[in-house]
Design a protein around this ligand. Structure first.
Ligand SMILES: [Mn+2]
Length: 323
């Protein structure tokens, strides 16, 4: 047992997956995404505080690593003042393979608003029980084993945060990293994958994929996804997990309805072209969503090299990453 007084501030942690804060509205969303997603994040912090849970980030706090609006950074600095918040960074938080001084997240780290776990795990007590929370940010190695320090007794729970392409059921094709047993680590919580997927148990290590709090694409997976956080309550037997829904609007209010392909029978390519253009003009999504599918449908009429050039230009001016 530690010598000092036991910190009884927390009973557990609130795991917040991939918020993807951004200054513009992504894809086919029709709402004021920058404010909506910031309010969701604020809700998570309020919930954590009200329930004595440590806010814990799984990476991708930002969608774009740089050039985030100053009002949003300012709001985050205010929201995270007098709040302990720990986490790791994701692929969207950094423009280069590692987080640098040019990335927005580093501002929150330097100002003490968020503590990254890569260098040093969090150590404390939750509900009277010793707990360690470590983490491996995007591209950082996940340890082969956890090296305990003097005083880390057998009762110490060890949680580990990751932001990796872990192979779990439903993510076999994109996954690249095998789940494995890690000595002394009880639970690995992976961000990066936005859907909630099934658990994988490897001896003493459980790998879980809780999913994220935002919906960015107008896909079927997104329609089924309920924005939620994961609440972990530590108790004398270990811990209990609970999915907590984050207040959100219905899918159909958040996204523009999908364009119904009215082109049947004697459709000419020019009328489909004009209809597609009308759709693009009507939506005017900030991200240019719809442009790529419109081009794919209509570029066949051009020379191969011209079509390729147009697609390349379009790809340059749009970026719709969704992980
Ligand atoms: Mn992500």
């Amino acid at each position: 047992m530690p010598d000092g007084p036991i910190n009884e501030q927390y009973v557990g942690l609130l795991v917040i997956g991939d918020p993807h804060l951004e200054g513009r509205t992504p894809g086919f969303r029709r709402d004021n995404y920058p404010e909506v997603i910031l309010e969701k994040f604020a809700w998570c912090l309020r919930y954590a505080q009200a329930n004595r849970l440590l806010p814990t980030l799984l990476g991708d706090l930002f969608d774009k690593p740089r050039d985030n609006p100053t009002w949003m950074l300012g709001s985050l600095i205010v929201l995270l003042s007098d709040v302990e918040c720990i986490g790791i960074y994701g692929n969207h938080d950094c423009a280069e393979p590692q987080l640098s001084d040019h990335d927005s997240l580093s501002l929150l780290v330097k100002s003490g608003r968020i503590r990254l776990l890569d260098d040093k795990p969090w150590r404390g007590h939750m509900n009277g029980r010793p707990v360690i929370i470590g983490g491996s940010s995007y591209r950082q190695p996940i340890p082969e084993s956890f090296v305990a320090e003097d005083g880390d007794g057998a009762a110490t729970l060890v949680f580990w945060l990751t932001h990796h392409d872990v192979i779990v059921p439903g993510y076999e094709e994109q996954g690249r990293l095998e789940t494995r047993s890690i000595d002394r680590i009880d639970l690995v919580i992976n961000g990066h994958i936005h859907r909630q997927l099934a658990d994988v148990q490897r001896d003493q290590t459980l790998w879980i994929t809780p999913g994220n709090i935002s919906r960015r694409t107008r896909s079927e997976a997104s329609r089924d996804h309920i924005p939620a956080v994961l609440r972990i309550d530590v108790n004398e037997n270990g811990y209990e997990r609970r999915v907590v829904e984050v207040p959100h609007q219905p899918f159909n209010d958040v996204f523009h309805p999908e364009l119904v392909d009215g082109a049947t029978g004697a459709d000419t390519s020019s009328s489909a072209f004009v209809a597609g253009l009308r759709e693009l003009q009507a939506r005017r999504t900030e991200s240019g969503a719809g442009l790529m599918s419109f081009l794919q449908k209509n570029l066949a009429q051009f020379d191969g090299s011209v079509a390729a050039e147009i697609m390349e230009l379009a790809a340059e001016v749009t970026s719709n990453g969704d992980k």
